[in-house]
Design a protein. Structure first.
Length: 305
């Protein structure tokens, strides 16, 4: 069974590190979630109940699937989620710092409860959630009330309470919020010519972005595929660290995949599965070690566009 006492379960089922998970436990203890109350006691300790709630939110498993993993009944799992869920919810920010800039966008969340959900543009029953983040810290500061998924972002912005929570704070949105008073990027509609000042802003922003991105871009290979097809893709003592980081995402990995073989890369979140795949396909160049296609080795790392 799954238990928070074994730290290896925390990452795959919550997406959190052990330190982050312990912080959440501390928050719940401060809200007296772990105190013993009158009536039937909980069958799971607070840490396991938090893990159950996080796994429910992250994996979207049903109660029938989730409860046996923790050794409790379906009804007990439902009570745990209903009890701890509101304690983990974000409290609306009452005020924002002077000069703060926020960013808002709507997200459609698949929802089984058809009393609150509606079929949206992707033909799934979903709810529209307006999510507001701080542009500097990138942390979520406001989440609007869930609305049926067929609501457009303009209506959801007002009806969800997100607009009232933000107040007069400067907020940026995409082109899906016309007429709301939010700041939106300049859009050139069909047959419309942008004035010079708008056009210059777009080009300046684009050039600044290219200059910054060039420094942070990861190195990529430029070798063409062999004309006869691939026979073997091999990695020999490959290590890789992303630009701007000191901790390697992969270290001393050796692997050989031959033509016709089916290989599955299995591991925890952030264990380097995608990074290894990009190294094997030449999208990234290794920091050390070598990757070979048949008899062709990647060239010396160079920056390419």
């Amino acid at each position: 069974m799954i238990t928070a006492s074994e730290s290896s379960w925390i990452g795959p089922f919550t997406g959190l590190g052990s330190r982050q998970f312990r912080k959440l436990v501390t928050v719940l203890r401060r809200k007296e979630a772990g105190t013993v109350r009158r009536g039937r006691p909980w069958g799971l300790p607070l840490e396991d109940r938090l893990l159950l709630v996080a796994a429910y939110w992250r994996t979207n498993l049903t109660m029938r699937q989730l409860a046996p993993l923790f050794g409790v009944s379906k009804s007990a799992a439902d009570r745990i989620i209903n009890h701890l869920g509101p304690l983990l919810a974000l409290k609306p920010r009452q005020r924002f710092a002077k000069g703060a800039v926020l960013i808002v966008d709507g997200i459609l969340v698949p929802t089984r409860d058809h009393t609150v959900a509606e079929q949206s543009k992707n033909y799934r029953y979903s709810t529209n959630h307006q999510v507001v983040i701080d542009a500097d810290s990138r942390q979520v500061v406001v989440i609007g009330r869930p609305l049926p998924g067929n609501r457009n972002d303009c209506k959801a912005w007002a009806e969800s309470g997100a607009r009232a929570a933000v107040g007069q704070t400067t907020t940026i949105a995409d082109g899906g919020y016309p007429g709301t008073g939010l700041l939106m990027p300049h859009r050139r509609r069909k047959g419309e010519e942008l004035p010079d000042w708008k056009l210059s802003l777009l080009l300046d922003d684009w050039m600044r972005f290219l200059n910054v991105a060039q420094h942070w871009a990861n190195k990529r290979g430029a070798t063409a595929l062999p004309t006869g097809g691939l026979h073997t893709v091999a990695a020999k003592t490959v290590s890789f660290a992303y630009t701007g980081t000191t901790t390697p995402a992969l270290q001393d990995v050796t692997l050989a995949i031959r033509r016709g073989e089916v290989v599955a890369l299995v591991g925890e979140n952030s264990s380097g599965k995608t990074t290894l795949a990009k190294l094997l396909t030449g999208l990234f160049l290794p920091t050390s070690g070598s990757v070979t296609w048949t008899a062709s080795t990647w060239p010396t790392p160079t920056r390419t566009r």
